[in-house]
Write a protein that binds this ligand. Structure first.
Ligand code: BGC
Length: 911
């Protein structure tokens, strides 16, 4: 055993550790934070091994980049914590910029320099601070049809040198705010979609650079969006209200200390824009001949405009934006221009994407462009839009006839790979069309690659599924007349999502809506935000309320979201309990079980695993998460109470679903998977269940039959119980049903059904057949956690301590992944070389890791070419029970090599 002896003493010969990338509430220099004690985080930079923070000091200054006016000096805090550190200074004031800098002491006792300063700016902390009113138009039609998008405008004076100008803005509907002729901020679909009746987000923008001394003009368009446009498969209109409205407040601070406010009120004027109709599913229609040039500039003659109307709306529900806004992320060019057998002109974007087409054209006034969007071509190569059901996804533009014109929808988006150009003035040239990809502006944090190109394409498909469905809300699909925040889909994909992108703020915002929409009796509606009457709750869907916060805790060390959601988690468990004291009673409620599993009866959506078994299993699981959360939050009594409930319903599960001889009563893959995954069995029944799962797989030639419930866990379970070889087999299958079967059929996203496109090229059905449904993308979690072996440690969550244990398979020659944790980049990769194994690992400063090298012997193990015993940063090595080596290491980059005999055996043939 080797111990690191240099921790306490001062070393002066070491490179100085840098501190930087300061975040507030996960964001860099955010404006508009309305949290009383926001959380700060920073990274340490240093390439030497074993960098740790032993103490930190934070200073926060109010409106003073020179750090003279301090509102908080934490002093030296003896702590290794560098994430999730709560601001604990003087109470924060609204609309104020707080500058922050951090200094740390490293493991050798050396102090760093101050970090580069960062800042956050508060929003309007109290609803009563809004000066203006919501403004809108008088109701025009009866609300049964999409109405033209209104314009609002207001001119105002800027009289002097501006120190800083900020706008706070939101809408009932979707808005685009403009100042002196250009858009404010780069965000789309603002204010986003929340539980509007309870929470309406506002955005904050620094507009100092957009103002000018003298005359200025503010303008806005307000579309119907989720608030009031046709939405849900029932095509309801006015779900939240029948008047769209705008609320904005500009605050100008002059250098001489004066402050001025320009807020929405009846002095604003209104007119009609060139957007004649815009809806989420239907698409957008613009008649550019109606454009009023210069309407958002100061000199414009608005004498013909009417005064805006004041709209009564509750401002107490206003909250600052929590998640990253939706923004343009990338641009795609068509890869092909097709002429289909049916005679249509169709552009192939090469990728099933979400966003819209930006189109350029030149033509006479009144000429039309009509674009229709779909995900697939049918087996004859024709444009196929039947699976979109009632979503037309049709954008129409009428040209103004003045030279080059460019169009794109402002308040609608489409999910598509193919674009049917139903009308266009002149020849259709691909270079005039551009695919604009949009999604919530999350940082991509994960990358995965291996020696099998089809798996790499699968990884891309998973990522594209996430891009397309993380458009402000985690939706089931982005194209048909649904696009809703289905809880089950989000919960099964949550861990994969956290690998691929930093989803902490994205999910936090959604969970706050979930909390707001939880029903009196504790039920969690099936989709959040909730849009249809008569909310229903079901197992595996409602359990998102325990599972997603727990995922955020594990991946980001976020205990605040657990505290925030704790009551909701408890109330959900109590809701399940309210159906009867027996663990199985909850399952007697209407459920949908292992949705879309292949062992379903012909034509049915529901898998063969009894729905009550699924419900009873999740009941135990959620109760277990409540116990862990109560323990973590120090709620001892609750922890004890739910521990008792957990023990009881676990017992009920066994009595109901496990025979006295230890066989699970339901012979389905998913039943075995759940029992193993959620630790529902007595120790002695585990091997038999693993064998049962193996046999069920074998019966199916090592193919899965699992649906939404079983699929996310099947490979995790196989790996946990020693059958990683079988898990690889499932991953690497190339025929139906499998992940790679879809890839081989040309999928560029994840399909809703294993057999979305059948062997003969026909489709599953038109009524529910999405080609961009991320649930089965949940295999990504296993790929990161098992193939490359990057894992969290629940004891030190958020990757403060990292667990790296790749499980290697002869069918791959290499695999590597990187994950940008809050502490910095984690990397793990292995490759089989002529000499044996090579494993590279990178661990960020201020974290430690346990690394397990499979089939390695200490005697022959080298790190960067020398003995591990001599390597810096390695604190401990020990042999594992199954013939590998476990190392405890500190930060840094390592390259381990060893001669290894990885079994060349693959599972026995199955025909
Ligand atoms: C959605 C799902 C959802 C399911 C549950 C479907 O229409 O697209 O993904 O979870 O319904 O009923």
């Amino acid at each position: 055993m080797k111990q690191d002896g240099q921790t306490a003493e001062r070393r002066t010969d070491l490179e100085l550790v840098g501190v930087g990338d300061i975040r507030c509430e996960y964001k860099r220099n955010p404006v508009g934070i309305d949290i009383a004690n926001p959380r700060l985080g920073w990274k340490l930079f240093g390439s030497r091994r074993g960098v740790m923070q032993t103490a930190y000091r934070i200073q926060t200054a109010e409106e003073d980049p020179g750090f003279g006016r301090l509102v908080w000096d934490s002093g030296w805090a003896e702590s290794g914590r560098s994430q999730q550190v709560e601001y604990a200074g003087e109470p924060l004031r609204s609309c104020t910029r707080y500058h922050v800098r951090v200094m740390i002491r490293d493991e050798a006792g050396r102090e760093s320099e101050w970090s580069e300063p960062a800042f956050w700016e508060t929003g309007l902390l109290e609803a009563g601070e809004w000066t203006g009113d919501f403004i809108g138009c008088e109701a025009e039609g009866d609300g049964s049809q999409a109405e033209p998008v209104p314009l609002f405008r207001k001119t105002f004076q800027v009289s002097g040198a501006v120190e800083r100008a900020t706008v706070y803005v939101t809408a009932l509907g979707l808005y685009e705010l403009r100042l002196n002729g250009s858009k404010v901020g780069g965000d789309l679909l603002t204010p986003g979609w929340t539980s509007y009746t309870n929470r309406l987000q506002y955005q904050t923008y620094d507009i100092t650079a957009q103002l000018r001394e003298g005359d200025n003009a503010a303008g806005a368009l307000v579309g119907e969006g989720w608030y009031r446009g046709s939405f849900s498969w029932d095509h309801q209109r006015s779900i939240y209200g029948n008047r769209s409205a705008l609320l904005a407040e500009i605050r100008i601070r002059y250098r001489d200390g004066r402050e001025e406010r320009i807020a929405t009120d009846e002095s604003w004027k209104r007119s009609q824009s060139e957007i004649v109709a815009s809806e989420m599913y239907a698409g957008e229609q613009t008649d550019a001949r109606l454009l009023q040039p210069g309407w958002d500039l100061p000199g414009f003659d608005d004498s013909g405009w009417k005064p805006a109307e004041r709209i009564e709306a509750d401002k107490r529900r206003l909250v600052a934006q929590v998640n990253e806004p939706v923004r343009v992320q990338e641009l795609l060019r068509p890869v092909e221009l097709l002429r289909t057998p049916a005679g249509d002109t169709v552009l192939d974007m090469g990728q099933n994407m979400v966003g819209f087409i930006r189109v350029r054209a030149k033509g006479p006034a009144g000429a039309e462009i009509v674009l229709e969007h779909a995900e697939v071509l049918d087996k004859d190569g024709n444009f196929y839009a039947d699976n979109l059901r009632g979503a037309k996804q049709r954008n129409r533009y009428v040209l103004r006839g003045e030279g080059d014109e460019t169009f794109e929808p402002r308040f609608s988006f489409q999910g598509f790979r193919y674009v049917r150009v139903a009308a266009y003035p002149g020849e259709v040239k691909p270079e005039c069309f551009e695919g604009v990809v949009i999604h919530s502006d999350m940082e991509q944090s994960g990358r995965f690659e291996c020696s099998e190109p089809l798996v790499n394409r699968l990884q891309m498909n998973i990522l594209w599924g996430q891009k397309g469905n993380f458009v402000d809300v985690p939706t089931d699909c982005p194209q048909r007349d649904e696009r809703m925040g289905w809880t089950g889909d989000a919960q099964v994909f949550a861990r994969t999502a956290c690998f691929n992108m930093n989803t902490a703020s994205f999910f936090t915002k959604w969970l706050l809506d979930m909390k707001a929409e939880q029903m009196e009796n504790g039920a969690i509606p099936n989709y959040i935000p909730h849009v249809l009457p008569k909310p229903r709750a079901m197992a595996a869907w409602g359990d998102a309320v325990t599972i997603v916060p727990w995922a955020l805790y594990e991946c980001y060390g976020d205990t605040r979201i657990l505290a925030e959601m704790y009551d909701s988690m408890v109330r959900w468990v109590e809701y399940m309990r309210s159906h009867g004291e027996e663990g199985a009673d909850w399952g007697k409620q209407p459920q949908i079980g292992d949705w879309l599993a292949l062992d379903a009866k012909q034509g049915s959506y529901r898998g063969a695993t009894p729905e009550d078994l699924v419900a009873a299993a999740y009941y135990v699981h959620s109760t277990g998460l409540v116990v862990k959360t109560a323990e973590l939050l120090g709620k001892e009594e609750d922890a004890a109470r739910y521990r008792r409930l957990h023990a009881r319903i676990l017992d009920d599960f066994r009595r109901e679903y496990v025979t006295p001889n230890g066989r699970i009563a339901s012979p389905t893959q998913t039943a075995q998977v759940l029992a193993l995954m959620f630790d529902l069995l007595e120790e002695r029944d585990v091997p038999r269940t693993v064998t049962a799962l193996e046999e069920l797989l074998k019966k199916n030639k090592n193919h899965l039959t699992t649906g939404f419930v079983g699929t996310p866990y099947i490979c995790l379970v196989l790996s946990r119980f020693g059958r990683t070889d079988l898990a690889y087999e499932l991953l690497l299958q190339q025929d139906f049903p499998s992940w790679l079967d879809q890839v081989k059929k040309g999928a560029t996203t994840i399909w809703e059904h294993w057999d979305g496109i059948k062997e003969d090229g026909s489709f599953w059905s038109a009524d529910m057949n999405s080609f961009n449904h991320y649930a089965y993308g949940s295999i990504g979690d296993w790929m990161y956690r098992t193939v490359t072996g990057i894992n969290t440690d629940p004891e030190k969550p958020g990757y403060k301590h990292i667990h790296i244990e790749p499980q290697i398979d002869p069918r791959l020659s290499y695999a590597k992944a990187s994950y940008q944790s809050l502490y910095g980049a984690i990397e793990a990769g292995w490759s089989r070389t002529d000499e044996g194994m090579e494993l590279t690992v990178a661990i960020p400063p201020n974290t430690t890791a346990s690394v397990v090298l499979p089939a390695a012997s200490r005697r022959l193990l080298l790190e960067s070419g020398t003995s591990v015993n001599a390597a810096a940063g390695i604190y401990r090595t020990e042999e594992t029970a199954d013939g590998g080596i476990r190392l405890e290491i500190g930060s840094g980059r390592y390259r381990f090599t060893y001669p290894a005999e990885i079994s060349e055996q693959v599972p026995e043939p199955t025909n």
